[in-house]
Design a protein around this ligand. Structure first.
Ligand SMILES: C[S@@+](CC[C@H](N)C(=O)[O-])C[C@H]1O[C@@H](n2cnc3c(N)ncnc32)[C@H](O)[C@@H]1O
Length: 273
């Protein structure tokens, strides 16, 4: 299962593809700025805006060490290190994403505060109580063993640590249309309804502090993106660079999934009890 998930995300030449696209867009690829990477380094609906809203609800000490579970290309972890001054470890199943995340950390000058390791979120190579906090965004929908995921995150957190999640949930409008950006078929897609999450988190050792449905904001974001593309043409930098030729179909399905309530977007802040 985990091989199928990491195969879905692996391109094989992502570093070259992204650096070429950045250079063609006029960026200095040896000295990158976070805004150069922003069009594609946050692989979730509403990108940077959604991460900022989540991070605004979390507070980590500057000497704190935070975990990003399923860190992707590292946009959220680099933003967290910049916004709050803490250090961040990202783990991800997809080795290529960890390598590209480390490359970008180096080139934006954040390698002293963020690091990336390949690992499965269900079995992380850290001692109990290692971290002062954690975030995860748009990862859980690839993980069947949901109780095991949250129990494992609780295990590596200190007591009282904050944990922020932003994920895709099952909506009430019917079956999800595939291929979707996180899975080509239902075989690697495991959504739960929004009302299942608080009990799951409680059983793993968390108490929910806030839960917010952001599906409407997600729909508006896609609408604005479509209007911009119709006006200006397709952007040179974007998530399409990560997903290859099937991107168009995946994006169209994602819009349909959101507009027809087949999926819901929910942001949650909780604390380890
Ligand atoms: C849609 S991307 C989101 C990446 C990142 N969180 C972000 O928001 O930019 C999903 C990520 O989850 C990772 N992932 C999926 N299942 C995982 C698992 N069991 N353990 C660790 N990472 C996993 C994938 O490799 C991929 O990088």
């Amino acid at each position: 299962m985990s091989d199928d998930v990491s195969r879905h995300y692996t391109r094989g030449d992502l570093d070259e593809t992204l650096l070429d696209a950045l250079a063609r867009n006029g960026c200095d690829t040896e000295n990158l700025k976070p805004e150069d990477l922003a069009p594609f380094d946050e692989f979730h609906v509403r990108g940077h805006a959604a991460t900022s809203e989540l991070l605004d609800k979390l507070e980590f000490d500057t000497d704190g060490h935070v975990l990003d579970v399923g860190s992707g290309l590292g946009g959220p972890s680099r933003r967290l290190a910049q916004m709050q001054g803490c250090s961040v470890t990202g783990i991800d199943l997809t080795l290529e994403y960890c390598d590209v995340a480390a490359l970008f950390a180096e080139r934006v000058g954040l390698a002293d505060r963020v690091n990336y390791q390949q690992a499965n979120a269900l079995s992380m190579p850290f001692d109990d109580g290692s971290f002062d906090g954690a975030i995860t965004q748009h990862v859980a929908m690839n993980i069947e063993e949901r109780p095991g995921l949250y129990t494992e995150i609780a295990r590596v957190l200190k007591s009282g640590a904050q944990f922020g999640l932003y994920d895709i949930f099952q909506g009430q409008g019917g079956d999800v249309c595939y291929p979707a950006p996180w899975a080509e078929t239902p075989a690697t897609s495991f959504l739960v309804p929004p009302d299942a999450i608080a009990p799951l988190l409680w059983d793993a050792g968390f108490e929910v502090i806030s839960q917010r449905n952001t599906t409407a904001q997600g729909r508006a974001w896609f609408q604005a993106m479509r209007a911009k593309t119709e006006r200006d043409g397709p952007p040179p930098l974007g998530i399409h660079l990560l997903l290859g030729p099937v991107f168009k179909e995946m994006a169209a399905n994602m819009v349909r999934n959101l507009n027809e309530d087949r999926v819901a977007l929910v942001e949650i802040v909780c604390r380890k009890r």
